[in-house]
Design a protein around this ligand. Sequence first.
Ligand SMILES: [Fe+2]
Length: 382
Amino acid sequence: MLFNVCNCGPALVANFAHVCGGGAGFFSAVIATLAAGAKTAPAKTLRGDVPAVDKLAVRMVTDNIVIQFIPSETRGGVTVERKSGNTVPDRPPRNILNGEWGLAMHAQSFAGAEERNVLIDFGYTPEVLLNNLSILKIDPATFDALVLSHGHYDHFGGMVGFLKATKGKLKGKMPFYVGGEDTFCLRRNPGGNFGALDRKAILDADLTLMMAAEPAIVADHAFTTGRIGQTSFETPLRATDEIVGIFDGFGCFPEKMPAEKNVGKYIPDDFEHELATVYMVKGKGLVVLTSCSHRGVINTVRQAMAASGIDKVHAVIGGFHVVPPLGDDYIEKTIAEFRDIGPDFLMVGHCTGDRFYDLARAALGDKVIHSAVGTRFVFEAA
Ligand SMILES: [Fe+2]
């Protein structure tokens, strides 16, 4: 199969295709990536006690919806800050937060006098990500780590443009966490080409690519779940297909992939590489940042509990991906599982699904809060 320079437009046809690598990337020599592989490292595995923080603020930098006219509030000890209206009052009103199909979250945490900042995912486009970061006054120079939850374009599409715009401004050798080699495989969805992560752009940005197939500490304050087990009734929604191999420099290395996936054609995506990012807020419990929950939102939360050995879940934030063809029976089972786990809050956004939100609100009331672009959830130690 041959691949040409990215232009993100045409669908896959016959034996030719266009790869879309996060906005701009294209490189012609696989050897360049192999040489740069020295900057790839296994992540430091979580062992023993998980880190705990005194305060955590999670800001939705990119999210699917824009909410207007809902005031900020404090609910059950959590502050929910809303951004709406003219976000830059002294500039023309077009300077406003943008929503799009995608997700990016900024997590700012404090442990004693120590502050850490992590960006989780990059949204669909760099234009929206950079616009929103600017309006929200989030300085990428403060970032201590980057995390990519999985290899879907609505989570990494803004990455190349972000790295270009922040060239020379990010902390050197900053860790960039992914769940494994599978993250880099080419993917397609029912609409056609769904892009591939640009490995060279990551390595050229003086970042350290961290392979975190197992639970791993992030920026001293958080941890990733590692591979999410299939422990509940949930079954992965196989929203995309993936193919093993390197095509014009994009893709996943066959020798680093399981042999059963290296079959020379697209196969259903099992999302084994997906990970969630988790914080432990002292006296409150786990705050699980799901991103997209393709392995199942209950499985994701239970993986966070298993990885940490902590059963108290304070909040779950992000996309839950309980969408059609999953129907009401499936949603009710999910809600029942959440009742069993007992989180204090579900902050639903991105790919969660309107029907899930409606039924969860009816069943769990004010525990369920809709996120939106610019929403900031602030948790403090009990
Ligand atoms: Fe997503």
